[in-house]
Structures are given as structure tokens and as C-alpha cells.
Design a protein around this ligand. Structure first.
Ligand SMILES: N[C@@H](CCSC[C@H]1O[C@@H](n2cnc3c(=O)[nH]cnc32)[C@H](O)[C@@H]1O)C(=O)O
Ligand SMILES: [Zn+2]
Length: 447
């Protein structure tokens, strides 16, 4: 069967309109063939008949009582950090990384990264996320998981050079470039890559310049953490007499395909600069609140024309990978930051989690229209906390949760049907990850 029909639901269309429609998906192409009335969709699937279900035309996903939305995009995470969920909480960024996270990560094996990535993939599929950006290490293992899980991703090896000797620092840069070159196009093109220096303070200038120059030559974008905390901005200002975004431009890391995580402490000049450059910002509201990093000026960024996507960041600073939470947090925190309840309305939060996410990552998806990638999720609205339905878009941002997702589809393939994940063995994944996490903590304790 080449086709998949999503029937009986309401559909979130580009621009935020919600209308009753069926959807025809070309599974072979991984794209949406048609969005419209049942007749129009019948016509689009033509004579594609599934004998196994009594001759019904094509495979069908029932969306009755639900809303079909573009698959959510988690535009910044460290997916294998699911193993460190709840391992170290209630500390600011710098001591949290140095005292807890980095020592634990020093003990992580590639097999652990694979187990954690699988758990993260499972969690994302179960909460309607179809695409993500990942900065971590052992990325070949993460790529295998993305391939098996059926997701879409932009992957990169995170580089840290501070505290390393020259050989180690250079090797880390080379590893990131090698990953970016070699994994690009993997998983039938669902995997794209980026050069990923961890941040403007944890990678020294000469390595940043060299790495970015090579990334430009290879044609891969740049992803890094920028302007996350004042502790990270101040040293750049003190030492260089310029703001981090100006510094990023100086090392040629501020291009139209690049995307920076956080952008919390950005001043007006930096906001304008991001807008002019076309560099996207990935807002991570839960992580920013939990680490008390600050409030990103999301409304001002959007008004300046910056593409603002949403990310969960790692599960150790969130502590889940549910982009529905991120939509709500972004809307809430955006209002608080602007001191205005009309800032970052529901539709903006939904747009950030869908179209802006896909655009920030330079991946297909993020819109439900003919010709677009068939990356979508069906959210069940038949639940007490979603009743009544005055405005489904309001529910998506403020009341729905990942567990309300009924079906998840990526690249035309059904990854979850009626809450059963088809591409991963949920029970085995959970057991493996829990065992890997407990062994890891034992090793860290005796190191
Ligand atoms: N190759 C590097 C690994 C960098 S991966 C990216 C890193 O970002 C870390 N990380 C997670 N969340 C945040 C955050 O909010 N800000 C900065 N770094 C983070 C994460 O723990 C991981 O160590 C090395 O040798 O250490
Ligand atoms: Zn991060």
C-alpha cells in the first residue's frame, strides 16, 4: 500500500486555521498528497486498496475527535541525557555542569548513549515529536536510533575545548566535523548534521574559527549554546569588549542556516543582528527556568523577524522531552518576560513548536499541506482536561499533554498507532535505559 489516510479529524493548517479535513499521505514519497474532503482524499489515493482490512482504500489512521497537527519539533536537546533525568537538580548551570553532569558524562559509554537515545526517541514519539536537533557524543549510535525509530533529526557532536590540551581539543573539533560530514543524509535522508561547538565560552577562539571555516566548506550549519546565562555573557564582554552575538559574527558563525540554543541574555543590538543574519534561536523555557538562567525576550525576538523555535534541552534540566510542556512554558514565560499577558499567544507557541522548528533546523515538515513532508501527530481532544473545545489551538498550547497524542507519523511512516509505538519495543527500551542509568551512577560513585 502506498497510501495512508488520516480520516475524521480536524486539521491545523498553515496560518493557524483549524478545519475539518482528511489527509492523504504518499508513504513512498513521505509526503502529504492531499488535504480536503473525504472525496478529494479518495481521489488522491486512487485505487489503492487494502484487502487485509476488507478492501478499504489504503491504510487508515482514525483522527475522529482529534486534531491533526504537524509533528512537533524539539529543536535543541541532548537526547541521551534521559539517563540523567532527576540525577542532579536544583543548581545553576555552571556548577550543575561541572560538579554533576560532566563527571557523569565522563563515564558514559557509546552503549549508554544508545540506550538513552532510544529512551528519548520513545518518549518523543509518544508525545508527538517527529524531529529533533541533538548535540552530544557517540553520534553514530544516536543516528542508528533515529534510523530505527523512524524519526527525523539534525545531529552533531558537541565540542568542548576548554581544559583540554591542544591534541585533545583539536581531536574534538575534528570529531564534530567528521560526524557532520559522514552522517549527513543517513537514514534515507532523514538525518542531517551540523557542526556543534558547545558554546562561545567552552570552545576557544582559534578552534571556533577553524571549525566554522571547515563547516562552511562542508556546507553544514552551526549549532551552539549562546547567551544562556549572564555568567557566560559577562566574560565575553569583559575580555573582548563585544557582545556574544557580535563575537559569533566575527568567527563567521552567524549565518542564515545556523541556529543557537537559548538566546536568553540578548540585548537589542543582538536581537537586530540575529534578525538581519537570519540565524534562528531555539528557546528552551523549562531549562531556563529550572537552571534560573533568565527569561528570553521571545516577543522582541519574533518582532525582529528572528525564527524562534522550541527545545526541551536535555532531560536533566527539564526533566522530560514533551514539547507540549515547552509550548505552555514558552507562552507563560514569554508573557512574564514582556510583562504583558498578550505576549506569545497560543498560536505563536504552536507555530514555534512546528513550522519555526522545522525552519530553524532546515528540515522538512512543520506544515500540513499538499507537498509537505508527512510528519504529523493526531492529538485526542476527548478528555476531561480538554473539554469543552472553544479553541483547539488554545488547548494545544495550554491544556494538552504529550500523553494526549494518539498517532505519530514521520516521513509517511506510522511510528505510533493508538499509543502503541511500532518502531521500538517500548518495554525493552525502558528496561535497558533504566539498567544503563543505574550502572552509570554506580560507576560515577566509585570513580
Ligand atoms: N564533546 C564534549 C561534549 C559536549 S555535548 C554537549 C554538552 O552540553 C551539555 N548541556 C546540557 N544542557 C546544557 C545547557 O543548558 N547549557 C550548556 N550545556 C548543556 C551536556 O551535558 C553535554 O555535556 C565533551 O567532551 O564534553
Ligand atoms: Zn543544551
Amino acid at each position: 500500500m502506498t497510501h495512508l489516510r488520516v480520516t475524521g479529524g480536524r486539521v491545523l493548517r498553515p496560518g493557524g486555521r483549524v478545519e475539518r479535513a482528511d489527509i492523504a499521505v504518499d508513504r513512498h514519497e513521505g509526503t502529504i498528497r492531499a488535504v480536503g474532503s473525504p472525496d478529494e482524499v479518495d481521489e488522491a489515493v486512487g485505487g489503492d486498496v487494502d484487502e487485509s482490512v476488507g478492501g478499504a482504500a489504503a491504510e487508515t489512521l482514525d483522527a475522529a475527535g482529534g486534531i491533526v497537527i504537524p509533528g512537533l519539533v524539539n529543536a535543541h536537546t541532548h537526547v541521551a541525557m534521559t539517563l540523567l533525568r532527576g540525577y542532579a537538580d536544583d543548581k545553576p548551570l555552571d556548577p550543575w555542569l561541572r560538579e554533576d553532569i560532566w563527571p557523569a558524562e565522563a563515564e558514559l559509554t557509546p552503549a549508554d548513549v544508545e540506550a538513552g537515545a532510544e529512551l528519548g526517541a520513545l518518549e518523543m514519539i509518544r508525545s508527538g515529536t517527529t524531529a529533533f536537533a541533538d548535540m552530544y557524543f557517540a553520534m553514530d549510535r544516536v543516528a542508528d536510533v533515529v534510523d530505527r525509530a523512524g524519526l527525523r533529526a539534525r545531529l552533531g557532536h558537541g565540542v568542548v575545548t576548554v581544559g583540554k590540551d591542544e591534541a585533545d581539543a583539536r581531536a574534538d573539533v575534528e570529531e564534530s566535523l567528521a560526524v557532520a560530514r559522514e552522517l549527513d543524509g543517513a537514514a534515507d535522508g532523514r538525518i542531517r548534521t551540523a557542526f556543534m561547538p558547545h558554546s562561545l565560552t567552552t570552545v576557544e577562539e582559534e578552534y571556533l574559527r577553524e571549525g566554522v571555516a571547515e563547516a562552511r566548506e562542508a556546507g553544514v550549519p552551526i549549532h551552539l549554546h549562546a547567551n544562556e546565562t549572564t555568567d557566560e555573557v559577562d566574560p565575553i564582554v569583559d575580555e573582548r569588549g563585544e557582545r556574544p552575538i557580535a563575537y559569533a559574527a566575527e568567527v563567521d558563525a552567524l549565518g542564515p542556516d545556523d541556529f543557537f540554543a537559548h538566546g536568553v541574555h540578548v540585548d537589542d543590538s543582538e536581537i537586530d543582528r540575529l534578525g538581519d543574519a537570519g540565524t534562528a534561536v531555539v528557546h528552551c523555557p523549562a531549562s531556563n527556568m529550572k537552571l534560573a538562567s533568565g527569561m528570553a525576550p521571545v516577543r522582541r525576538l519574533r518582532e525582529a523577524g528572528v525564527t524562534v523555535a522550541l527545545g526541551t534541552d536535555g532531560a536533566a534540566s527539564n526533566n522530560d522531552l514533551d514539547v507540549f510542556d515547552e509550548m505552555r512554558d514558552a507562552a507563560m514565560l514569554g508573557k512574564l518576560a514582556a510583562d504583558d499577558a498578550s505576549a506569545v499567544p497560543a498560536a505563536a507557541a504552536v507555530e514555534m513548536a512546528t513550522r519555526a522548528g522545522a525552519d530553524a533546523l532546515g528540515l522538512p515538515g512543520g506544515r500540513i499541506e499538499a507537498g509537505a513532508a508527512a510528519d504529523l501527530a493526531v492529538v485526542d481532544l476527548d478528555a476531561p482536561h480538554l473539554t469543552p473545545v472553544h479553541d483547539p489551538v488554545s488547548h494545544l498550547a495550554y491544556a494538552a499533554r504529550g500523553s494526549d497524542v494518539r498517532h505519530t507519523v514521520c516521513d509517511g511512516e506510522v511510528l505510533m498507532r493508538d499509543r502503541e509505538v511500532l518502531t521500538l519495543d517500548a518495554e525493552a527500551v525502558q528496561e535497558r535505559a533504566a539498567a544503563a542509568a543505574s550502572d552509570l551512577v554506580d560507576r560515577v560513585g566509585s570513580a
